[in-house]
Design a protein around this ligand. Sequence first.
Ligand SMILES: [Zn+2]
Ligand SMILES: [Zn+2]
Length: 122
Amino acid sequence: MVKSFWSKAVVIIGFIGLMSLIMVMSIKSFNAELDTISLVQWVACASCGHYYMEQLGNRPAKCKECGEEALWPAMRCADCNVMVSINLRKYNPEGREPYCITCGSGKLVKITEEGSQKPPPP
Ligand SMILES: [Zn+2]
Ligand SMILES: [Zn+2]
């Protein structure tokens, strides 16, 4: 009698434990998905000019193309339509806002999905 009570208790506790584990795991994967959506952004390499969508952690991050630590968030020049790497190590010492290194324009806009479908000339 006592033995069957304990084996039942073990089963119930094990079941509760399993359920809470599943809940924690599903919450974790849900959060990871949210993070992925919010952190993926356009990045551009200040060294080789390569740009792609990436989760940017450290800045600058390592470029997957050339391996240089020169990967910064990217913006698009509204005037000449090129990707501009927001390389703060370049702009900060100059004491000015990020600008387009191709045409010198300060009109940098956020890259939208619409813009990404029409890539700028290399
Ligand atoms: Zn690169
Ligand atoms: Zn420009």
